[in-house]
Write a protein that binds this ligand. Structure first.
Ligand SMILES: [Fe+2]
Length: 193
């Protein structure tokens, strides 16, 4: 598999871990009325904002999707749908954050709306990543030449963080560690609720 697709798949795994953590913690609050430190949800939203919105999606758009768009036809159509989903990603994250603030400040009566927002966000995000891996990956392998991949792989390596400023991999690792330290087991090593 081309290097770029491996990088994207690895990044999807990190994002999927955050989505799973979010879903699990919400389930735990619902099932056991557990008190979960809301900072963990904030840290997860921040991770998705910096890692996914400002680094992962722009990289996909700029280097992989743009190459596919040039192929026209079914590739251009598939990529257009995913680009629209990327463009809507920031709003989806803000809606989720607003529901979290309401839950933090409004307490239990705001929990159902927050839980519903998390469920929807997680479902849509998983569907999006699944489409990329099951539709775009095979299409890209079929349509792009070895020369295309050379250019895309190089661009991916040189521009790991196109919009994330001077952040590098270590910053994302630190953020990930913060989530692990805040979240209770089995998601993380934070205090038991
Ligand atoms: Fe992606």
């Amino acid at each position: 598999m081309p290097k770029t697709l491996n990088i994207i798949r690895d990044e999807h795994r990190s994002i999927a871990a955050i989505l799973h953590g979010m879903e699990y913690l919400v389930d735990r609050i619902r099932a056991r009325k557990a008190k979960i430190d809301p900072r963990v949800f904030r840290a997860m939203i921040y991770y998705l904002d910096t890692f996914s919105e400002r680094m992962h999606h722009p990289k996909e758009d700029r280097f992989l999707f743009s190459a596919l768009r040039k192929r026209g036809g079914e590739a251009a159509a598939a990529v257009a749908g995913l680009e629209q989903e990327h463009a809507a990603g920031g709003d989806a994250l803000r809606r989720l954050e607003q529901c979290l603030v309401r839950y933090e400040e409004g307490g239990d009566r705001e929990f159902p709306a927050f839980a519903e927002a998390v469920a929807r966000f997680v479902r849509e995000y998983r569907e999006h990543m699944h489409k990329e891996e099951s539709v775009v990956f095979p299409m890209a392998e079929r349509l792009l030449s070895a020369r295309d991949w050379q250019a895309i792989d190089r661009a991916f390596e040189e521009n790991r963080d196109p919009l994330a400023g001077d952040r590098d991999t270590r910053d994302f690792e630190k953020l990930f560690d913060r989530i692990v330290n805040l979240a209770p087991p089995p998601i993380g090593v934070g205090p038991e609720a």
